[in-house]
Design a binder for this molecule. Sequence first.
Ligand code: 26V
Length: 818
Amino acid sequence: MTELTAPKSSISSKDFANEIRELLKYEQGVTPEQASAADVYVAASSAVRRHLMDSWMKTQQDMVNGNTKAVGYLSAEFLMGRQLRNSLLNAGLTEQFNEAVKELGFDAQKVIDAEYEPGLGNGGLGRLAACFIDSLASLGVPAFGYGIQYKYGIFRQEFDEEGKQVERPDYWLANEDPWGHIDYGRSQRVNFGGEVVEEDGKRVWKPAWAVRAIPVDYMVPGYASGRVNTLRLWQAKSYDEFDLLEFNKSEYMKAVEPQVQAENISKILYPEDSTQVGKELRLEQQYFFTSASLHDAIRVFYPGQDKPDLTTFADKITFQLNDTHPVIGIPELMRILIDEYGYDWDTAWTVTTKTFNYTCHTLLPEALEVWPASLIGKLLPRHLEIIEKINDQFLAELADLTDDQDKIERMRIVTDEDDAKVRMAYLATYAGSHVNGVAELHSQLLKDVTLRDFSDLFDAKFTNVTNGVTPRRFMKLANPGLSELITEGLGTDKWLSDLELLKGLEPLAQDDEFVKKFAKVKYDNKVKFAQFAKDEYGFDLDASTMFDTMIKRLHEYKRQALKILEVIATYADIKSGKVNADDLTPRTFIFGAKSAPGYYMAKLTIQLINNVAKVINNDPDVKGKLKIAFPYNYNIRVAQLLIPATELDEQISQAGKEASGTSNMKFALNGALTVGTLDGANVEIRARVGAENFFLFGMTVDEVEALYAAGYDPSKYYEADPRLKAAIDMVANGTFSDGDAETYEPLVTDWLKKDWFMTLADFTAYHDIQSQIDTLYADQLEWNRKAILNVANSGYFSSDRSIEDYLERIWMTGPLDK
Ligand code: 26V
């Protein structure tokens, strides 16, 4: 007997269909006959929301009335993905929905596909925030996600005829959003600019302008917890919609100027995901949402109180700073406590330092945010004063701790130069209670390199929480076939809320019948993806070839170039007759990647991949052997289809550069084998699934460092490996640019002269491991055994476990009482 514990609502399909009918009538004003799939999607979404309402209200009441400290997850990005299927799952309404829409004459998948994916994040950092709020709710921990409701999310990516990336605006709010509830009654005023004056011995901020932050609330239902938390995303609106004087003068554009300016703040998500741009509007965004969120928390936890006792603030809610983007919240809380509520500096400091913790998500120096003090002073003059005072206090403290003047200089929060800078990571590290990295290796490197001076003096602050992913979305919803097989194998579906139970699959890796069933699930997923790729992109993919996938933002450190050079080298070997194509495992190489619009090398790499695809896919010599598919506009929806269909997962960043990675976890949990370097969470995945079930190659962090120190010369590697030379020569001689040697010249020059991320140095190892991969793949039973062992030993990578670690190590709180 299989034990089934998944939530299930007691409502009948008929009644659910009637609820949808009612909503179609009274909200949309259409009959089921007139309704489109999009109408049914909106009505069904509203219906699910209604089913969650009681739990939502009760969760909020229990949170405010109880003694359990809540979590505030402050994040500039929440990459949620589509909501309907997830909400149905957690509300226990999936079956009723499937039946009800059928009864109304609709195809369930068409209704699901009517939802436009909200893309309010760039990549891993934003998706992690979404996984974390799912897990917080599923564990029954009271929590808010706080962020921005951008009008335009991450750009829609297209490729032009030359294979270049073209960015199109993602106007997701042009469509009805049944999930967000706009709460005009709970808006907050956010001030900017102006000056600080002295009044009665006090510093008083006289702002020059203000915007209205309006909360849009999204329900975050837990899986099998009975709890529903809130994701509160702020929308910017003007207080002065309209300048009537200007309008009367027929200056229409001038009349709407204040409105346009205010609304610009929440207009667009910045698409840069690792280089700091230092744009004023971005600082406005950061202050906008953190200020509104802090005020909101005071409103929520001290309802109706004019003079709340805010010395208890840190017992009510603990704020996690998701990277440096919300770090301006530190001086903001100081300002609120001192200027708005009259506390003295020391009291305010005690409360503030207890309230905040900081997660760092990078190792790249160029991603660590640094703001010109002049810009902060212009936009937030009072905050600059507070930051300077924090800096002075810090320097005084340091003087007591060390005699090393150089070290003290290095650690300054505000640099000592004419155009002084404010280092947000340092501010967060000093003012927060804890700092964490996102995988063991990353946390270690933070201590040894990036924040070394800080860890020397404040070692107790530093901790690690390895990232995780939600098994609800990335297994249950994305991979129903595997989920059923796992439930059958384990005799229970409890693994969805206790992922370590997957360990029970381990013995089944030796059961040939089970292994064959597993292989069948994978094959069916490949067929399903191939069908999707055909319908959506017009690709012809062969599900009998190995699906070899690399999905992530396009960045030099991630080394998509290594992958494409390896494909080219293989192609060259076949063309020159060195290798018989029949001796190779036929592979389909699948890429998904967006590049920051201004990132030249990344964009050129996209163009190269597209043009290698054009050549290889049209060459009869490699037909059925090599194929490249690069679906444009990779997003959560594509991920949910592609990850379950993948057999080989590429995690090939230069060691010491990828903080964690999270797709590596999703792949392992969906039964792909990884080819990867010892970087980020790969290290922990390999340790858990077993070295024999992971294709390791490439230099280690220490080897990379040694090579930098010795002086790295990429051209030596080009000369030494004829396969690498052949591949680069092909790019250089115009094979992939209609004979034009200019097109990829910047890439080629970079590879041969600079190659900062050592693609060439790792090429030979990477190319050589491919034959091991092919050999194993030839034995399908063995391959799938190893894939099952990956699934069985990856339970640790549930975001539920990450959240439990945060609760225990950093937040010191837990679930609400039942
Ligand atoms: C940084 C910046 C710098 C300023 C401009 C805009 C911007 C936007 C985002 C970021 C954050 C970059 C850091 C990031 O996304 N890190 C990724 O975080 C994942 C979750 O922890 C982790 O798995 C990836 O390895 C890491 O690259």
